[in-house]
Ligand binder design. Structure first.
Ligand code: NAD
Ligand code: DAU
Length: 354
C-alpha cells in the first residue's frame, strides 16, 4: 500500500480517487481535516476496502511511527500542507508548523521506518514530496520558464515554508540516503478545489451574484494545470523518477488572471445564463496581495523527456469540465461555505475594494 498525507484536500483527494481508479493497490490516507480537508471529497470510496482514512497530524511523531510500523507502506506521497498564499500573509505560523515542522517530523519517521527495512522492501521504498513552482519566485515577462536548476527565491510565507520543506527533503536524501523524489507543480484547478482559490472563488461568487475580486491590475500570470494531470505526473515520477531528483510539472498554459476570470464568466454565460446580464459585470478590482508574484511558468521538459509524461487536458477542455463540475455539485459548494469560510472572506476581502 501507499501512505498519502493530505488526502482529503483538493489535490490529495483527486490523487486518491484517480489512484484507486487505475490500481488495486490500497491507500492509507492520513489527514488532519483542517478547514481545507473534506471527507465529502472521498464519499465515493465509502465501503471500498482499498481506502483507509486516519484523522491525524503529520506533526505527531508517535502516530506517524505507529502508522508506518503497522501498515508498512511501500511509499509515502506527501501532500499535507497549508496551501493558501493569502492565509499565509494573515497568519504564517500554521505554515511553519505544518509545512516545515510537519515535513521534518514525517521525514524523521520515514527515515526510522526505512532504516528498519531489508532487501527489496528497503530498495523499493519512496518518499515523494509534493511541492510548488512558487519556490522559484517571480518571473519577468521575458524570462524563460522555471527549470529544475533555477535558484530558490520564495517571496511569501507560504512559498518560503514550502522551499524550506524542499530543502529538508533534499538534505535527508543527501545525508541519510532516504530515497526521495520531489515534484514542483504549477497552479492546479479542477473538482474539489476549495473556493478560497481564484478559479473556484470566481465560480461560486458569480453564481451567487457577488463581486469577482481581481487583485491589482489582474495581469499576474499563472501556468494552469488540470488537477488530474498533476496526479498522473506524480504517478509517473513515483514509478520512474530518479532518486534525489526534482521534476517540474506544468501545463504550458500561461494565462493572466483577468483572462481566467473572463473565461469563467463566458462559460457561465453559456452554461447557466444570468437574467441580470453577463457575469463579467461583477468583476471588481481590489487592493493587490502584498508581495504578489507577477508571473510563474513551468518548463516541463524534464518529466516529458525522462518519463514520457504529458498533460491530457488543454486549458479549454479542463476549465469547461471544472465549471460544469461546480454547476453539477451545488451540495458540495454549500457544504464548504461554512461559518469558518465566511470568516475567511471577511478577513481577506472586507474593506479591500478599490
Ligand atoms: P489543500 O489546502 O486543499 O489541502 C491540504 C490538505 O492537507 C487538507 O486536507 C488538510 O486537512 C491537510 N493538512 C493540513 N495540515 C495538516 C497536518 N498538519 N497534518 C495532516 N494533514 C494536514 O492543498 P492542495 O491545494 O490540495 O495542495 C496539496 C499539496 O500540493 C500542498 O503541499 C501544496 O503545497 C502542493 N501544491 C499545490 C498546488 C495548487 O495549485 N493547489 C500546486 C502545486 C503544489
Ligand atoms: O503555483 C502553485 C500555487 O498555486 C500553489 O503552490 C498554491 O498552493 C496555490 O494556492 C496556488 O497559489 P496562487 O497564489 O497562485 O493561487 P490563488 O488561487 O490564491 O491565486 C491565483 C492568482 O489569482 C494570484 O495571482 C492571485 C489572484 N487572485 C486570487 C484570489 C483568491 C485574485 O486576483 N483574486 C482573488 O480573490
Amino acid at each position: 500500500m501507499i501512505l498519502v498525507t493530505g488526502g482529503a484536500g483538493f489535490i490529495g483527494s483527486n490523487f486518491v480517487l484517480t489512484w484507486l481508479a487505475q490500481s488495486q493497490e490500497p491507500v492509507l490516507n492520513l489527514d488532519a481535516l483542517t478547514y481545507a480537508g473534506n471527507l465529502a471529497n472521498l464519499a465515493s470510496l465509502q465501503g471500498d476496502a482499498r481506502h483507509t482514512f486516519v484523522q491525524g497530524d503529520i506533526c505527531d511523531r508517535a502516530l506517524m511511527d505507529q502508522l508506518l510500523a503497522s501498515h508498512r507502506p511501500r511509499a509515502i506521497v506527501h501532500f499535507a500542507a497549508e496551501s493558501h498564499v493569502d492565509r499565509s500573509i494573515h497568519g504564517p505560523g500554521a505554515f511553519m508548523k505544518t509545512n516545515v515542522d510537519g515535513t521534518f517530523t514525517l521525514l524523521e519517521a520515514a527515515r526510522a521506518h526505512w532504516s528498519s527495512l531489508q532487501g527489496d522492501e528497503k530498495a523499493a521504498f519512496r518518499f515523494h514530496h509534493v511541492s510548488t513552482d512558487e519556490v522559484y519566485g517571480s518571473l519577468k515577462p521575458s524570462d524563460p520558464p522555471f527549470a529544475e536548476t533555477n535558484a530558490y527565491e520564495p517571496n511569501s510565507p507560504y512559498s518560503a515554508s514550502k522551499a524550506a520543506s524542499d530543502h529538508l527533503v533534499r538534505a535527508w536524501h543527501h545525508t541519510y540516503g532516504l530515497p526521495v523524489v520531489t515534484t514542483n507543480c504549477s497552479n492546479n484547478y479542477g473538482p474539489y478545489h476549495f473556493p478560497e482559490k481564484l478559479i473556484p472563488l470566481m465560480i461560486v461568487n458569480a453564481l451567487a451574484g457577488k463581486p469577482l475580486p481581481v487583485y491589482g491590475d489582474g495581469q499576474q500570470i499563472r501556468d494552469w494545470l488540470y488537477v488530474e494531470d498533476h496526479c498522473s505526473g506524480i504517478r509517473a515520477v513515483l514509478a520512474g523518477g530518479r532518486l534525489g531528483e526534482t521534476y517540474n510539472i506544468g501545463g504550458w498554459n500561461e494565462k493572466a488572471n483577468l483572462d481566467i476570470v473572463k473565461t469563467v464568466c463566458a462559460l457561465l454565460d453559456e452554461l447557466r445564463p444570468d437574467p441580470a446580464g453577463p457575469y463579467s459585470r461583477l468583476i471588481t478590482y481590489v487592493t493587490d496581495r502584498p508581495g504578489h508574484d507577477r508571473r510563474y511558468a513551468i518548463d516541463a521538459r524534464k518529466i516529458e523527456r525522462e518519463l514520457g509524461w504529458r498533460p491530457a487536458e488543454t486549458f479549454d477542455t479542463g476549465i469547461r469540465k471544472t465549471v460544469q463540475w461546480y454547476l453539477d455539485h451545488p451540495e458540495w459548494v454549500a457544504q464548504v461555505q461554512s461559518g469558518s469560510y465566511r470568516d475567511w472572506l471577511a478577513t481577506n476581502y472586507t474593506g479591500r475594494s478599490e
